[in-house]
Design a protein. Structure first.
Length: 340
């Protein structure tokens, strides 16, 4: 169990950010964790990524993330420099890591006089090691992640918007209590359910939440930054990585989908997705449907009175009316996930 005690100033400064760099490194953890066969919906993507790692020498430096073990200095995966940075911005920050930051962080994890081979170059030839890692991340990203990034980004935008609304309306306590099944909030301690045992105390810092498509329940955290405590969690939308035609049903259903029988498969997908408010683009990315198809389903659901539409700034969010929530709840869970 990882326990992070948050004082009131830190809790009050809770924010949410996306991070292409954290997505990249977490995708590598996923590949290492499932070397034989990644679970659905990552299966097809993982086969593609393993092939690229084997065939493209330029990606070799990223294998560092599979050799570090569970604990390593946070300069290798720095906190995002803004709320929605590009990968290029994050890699620029990685390349610019000062020597004093590396010197400060390493003793927390390793004896400076007995460094592992993968870490030593960051001390003996800092800039070359940082540049080599950043170049490797860029090569890996371009080949293995970038083709999926537009859809991933849309899904992550939906997640951030949903969480930001929750934070603004109900405060950080409600947000943290509903973050993830393996994240427990018992004020003032935020616990991440993991095999390891560690405890931290955040005093007058900032809590940064980072939703990740590639998390698959693997919660990561960053505690070395003097001003920020960062925690990642699984975002909705991983289905967009599924190796299947757009709009096709997930495999391995375990029984009849009663909601689909009643309203049609596409509308059933949209209804279930609307248990959290979403935009048309976000629904399309998450479900693997064409935006025009999603719009058609939304129009029917609005007419039927089971969904509503709300404008939030420049975006239009769709959500469930009580009748829609009752349909999803009473007709039954998605049979593809009911036994998960």
């Amino acid at each position: 169990m990882i326990r992070i005690e948050l004082d009131e100033p830190t809790l009050a400064r809770t924010r949410i950010a996306t991070s292409p760099l954290w997505e990249a490194k977490c995708s590598l953890y996923l590949l290492e964790r499932y070397r034989d066969e990644a679970p659905w919906p990552y299966t097809g993507w993982a086969r593609h990524a393993w092939r690229l790692l084997a065939e493209r020498p330029a990606t070799a430096p990223v294998r560092l993330y599979t050799r570090t073990g569970p604990w390593y200095p946070d300069f290798l995966g720095p906190v995002p420099p803004s709320a929605s940075p590009t990968l290029e911005e994050e890699l620029a920050a990685l390349r610019a890591t000062p020597a004093e930051v590396i010197a400060e962080q390493i003793p927390r994890y390793h004896d400076p006089d007995d460094l592992p081979d993968w870490l030593r170059p960051f001390v003996t030839d800092r800039q070359a090691a940082l540049d080599r890692l950043a170049d490797g991340i860029q090569a890996y990203w371009d080949a293995a992640v970038a083709p999926w990034w537009p859809a991933m980004r849309a899904a992550l935008d939906e997640e951030v918007l949903h969480r930001a609304r929750s934070l603004a309306a109900d405060g950080p306590d409600a947000l943290l209590a509903d973050l993830h099944e393996r994240v427990r909030w018992e004020r003032p301690v935020l616990s991440l359910v993991k095999p390891s045992e560690r405890s931290f105390k955040a005093v007058d810092q900032r809590l940064l939440l980072i939703p990740l498509i590639f998390s698959r329940g693997a919660l990561t955290h960053s505690t070395d930054h003097p001003e920020v405590i960062a925690v990642s969690y699984q975002a909705r939308g991983a289905v967009l990585l599924a190796d299947r035609p757009a709009g096709a049903a997930p495999p391995a259903t375990v029984g009849p989908d009663r909601l689909a029988v009643l309203v049609g498969r596409g509308r059933a997908q949209v209804l279930r997705a609307l248990t959290r408010p979403a935009t048309t683009a976000g629904l399309a990315a998450t479900l693997g449907l064409a935006p025009s198809t999603v719009s058609e389903h939304l129009a029917a659901l609005l007419t039927a009175g089971v969904a509503h539409r709300r404008r939030v700034g420049r975006r239009v969010l769709y959500g469930l009316e009580p009748a829609g929530l009752a349909l999803v709840t009473l007709i039954g869970a998605d049979p593809a996930t009911a036994s998960a």
